[in-house]
Design a protein around this ligand. Structure first.
Ligand code: SF4
Length: 287
C-alpha cells in the first residue's frame, strides 16, 4: 500500500485468488471519504493516455471482488478514525464498468442494499458504451454518470478514445439525453487536458456546445503522466483559460485536483504488472 497527500490518499494493490492484481484508491476529504473501485483486471478500451489501457485486459471482476475493495477502504478508514465511514463510491478505477455490466450493477445494488449507500453517492464512469448506457437508463437508478469525453469532435476523440469509432459523439449525446431523463441526474463530462492536442480555444467552443445540449457539467483534468504516452498535460495557465472559456459559454466547470498523482493513483494511472500473467502471490492484500 502507498500513501500520499499526507496520508489522505491511499492506494492498495490487491491480489486476487488467481494471482492477478488490481488497484483501489481511498481518498479522504474534509467532509467525505471516497473509494475508487476497479471493475476489471486491466482494460480493453485502449484509451491513448491511460496506463491501465496500456497494460492490456485481463478479465472481469466479480461482485465480491469489487466488495473486497470497499472492505479494504473501510478497514483503512477505521484505522485512522473508528467512526469514519465511506460516503462515496466511484467506479472509476481499472476497467470499463459497462463492459462488465452485470457485475458492476450487482455491486451497485449491493452498495445500495446491504451497505446502505444512497444512489446519489455512487458514480459510474464510462468511456461511452452506448448500449450499456441505454440499459442503465432502463434500470431507473439515480446514480451519477461520468463520461470520459476527452475530445469534442469525432476525429480527435477516435484518436484519444478508440471506442469512439464504434460509438460516436452523436450517438453518445443521444443516449445521454435518455439517461438524464430517466435518472434525473446531471451528466458529468471528464475531459483530460492534453497540451496542444485537445486544449485549444476551438475545442472549448465545441465542448461547450455538447455540454450545453445536455446541460452537463464539465470536469477538466490536467493530464497525469503515464509511461507510454508522449503528450504532456496542459500547463496551468491553459487549464485556467479552458475553464474560463467554458464558463463564459455558460457551462459549469470544475478542475479536478490531481490527488495521488505522485503514487500513480490518479485518473488514468492505475496499473499493475500482472494483468495477464499470474505470478507469485503478492503480499499487500488477498481477496
Ligand atoms: S481511461 Fe478507463 S476506459 Fe480508457 S483505457 Fe483507461 S481504464 Fe479503460
Amino acid at each position: 500500500m502507498t500513501a500520499s497527500d499526507g496520508g489522505d490518499t491511499l492506494k492498495a494493490v490487491l491480489t486476487l485468488k488467481d494471482q492477478r492484481q488490481i488497484e483501489a484508491v481511498l481518498m479522504r476529504y474534509e467532509r467525505r471519504n471516497t473509494v475508487c473501485i476497479s471493475t476489471q483486471v486491466g482494460c480493453a478500451m485502449n484509451c491513448a493516455f491511460c496506463a491501465t489501457g496500456q497494460g492490456g485486459y485481463g478479465r472481469h471482476l466479480k461482485v465480491n471482488e469489487m466488495e473486497e475493495q470497499y472492505f479494504w477502504a473501510g478497514r483503512e478508514l477505521k484505522k485512522q478514525n473508528p467512526s469514519a465511514k465511506i460516503t462515496n463510491v466511484v467506479l472509476m478505477g481499472m476497467g470499463e464498468p459497462l463492459a462488465n455490466y452485470d457485475n458492476s450493477l450487482g455491486f451497485i445494488r449491493s452498495l445500495m442494499g446491504k451497505f446502505s449507500l444512497g444512489a446519489r453517492s455512487i458514480t459510474l464512469s464510462t468511456v461511452g458504451i452506448v448500449p450499456g448506457i441505454a440499459k442503465l437508463a432502463s434500470e431507473s437508478l439515480q446514480i451519477n454518470l461520468a463520461v470520459s469525453l476527452h475530445a469534442p469532435n469525432d476525429t480527435l476523440r477516435t484518436q484519444i478514445v478508440p471506442i469512439n469509432a464504434r460509438y460516436n459523439i452523436a450517438s453518445l449525446v443521444k443516449v445521454l439525453k435518455q439517461y438524464r431523463q430517466s435518472s434525473n441526474r446531471r451528466i458529468t463530462f471528464e475531459y483530460a487536458l492534453i497540451n496542444d492536442l485537445n486544449d485549444q480555444d476551438e475545442h472549448m467552443s465545441q465542448l461547450a456546445e455538447i455540454a450545453q445540449e445536455l446541460k452537463a457539467h464539465v470536469n477538466l483534468i490536467p493530464l497525469n503522466p503515464t509511461p507510454k504516452y508522449d503528450y504532456p498535460g496542459s500547463p496551468l495557465d491553459r487549464v485556467n483559460r479552458c475553464r474560463v472559456l467554458l464558463q463564459n459559454q455558460g457551462v459549469t466547470v470544475t478542475v479536478r485536483d490531481t490527488r495521488g498523482s505522485d503514487i500513480a493513483a490518479a485518473c488514468g494511472q492505475l496499473v499493475v504488472s500482472n494483468v495477464n500473467t499470474p505470478k507469485k502471490r503478492g503480499k499487500v492484500a488477498l481477496i
